[in-house]
Design a protein around this ligand. Sequence first.
Ligand code: IDP
Ligand code: MG
Length: 153
Amino acid sequence: MERTFVMLKPDCLNRAMLGKVISRLEEKGLKLIGMKMLRFNDAIAKEHYAHLASKPFFPSIVEFMKRSPVVATAWEGKDAVEVVRKAVGATNGREAPPGTIRGDYSMSVQANLIHASDSKETAKKEIGRFFKDEELFEWEPAAISYTYSASEV
Ligand code: IDP
Ligand code: MG
C-alpha cells in the first residue's frame, strides 16, 4: 500500500485542532503507521522547505515552523498521497474548498494547519527524514475488509 507523510503544524497544536485533523484522515479510512512529536530547528526547516528557499516569505515559514512543537505522522492507504492532498485542500486556507481540512479550518496561506507530501517520491523522502524504520508500524485495522473491497487490496 502507498505511504504518505503528514505533519500537523504549530497552528494545529496551538489551536487545539490535532484531534480534529487526525480524525479526518482516520475517518477517511487511512491507516496511521507512525506518529511523533518534535520541534523544528533551522536545519530541519531548511531541508523540509528547500523548494521554497528562494521565496521572500521563506524566513517567515522557518520562524513559524519553529514556534512550537509539531506532530509528524505517516499514513498508508491505496493512492494515499493523492487522497491526502485532496483531503487537505489548496495551500491558501481561504481558497481551499469547504469539505477539505484547510477549507474548513484555516483562514491563512501560512497557518494552514497541515503539511502533506505532494508526490510518492517526496513522501518516501519525507517519511525517511522524520522516521526510523522501527518507528513505522505494520498492522491490520480491524475494519480493513470493510474499508476496501477484496479486489482493491
Ligand atoms: P503546500 O503546503 O500546499 O504543499 P507549498 O507551496 O509546498 O504548499 O508551501 C509550503 C508551505 O509554505 C505552505 O503550506 C505554507 O505554510 C507556506 N507558504 C506557501 N506559500 C506561502 C506564501 O505565499 N506566504 C506565506 N507562506 C507560504
Ligand atoms: Mg508542498
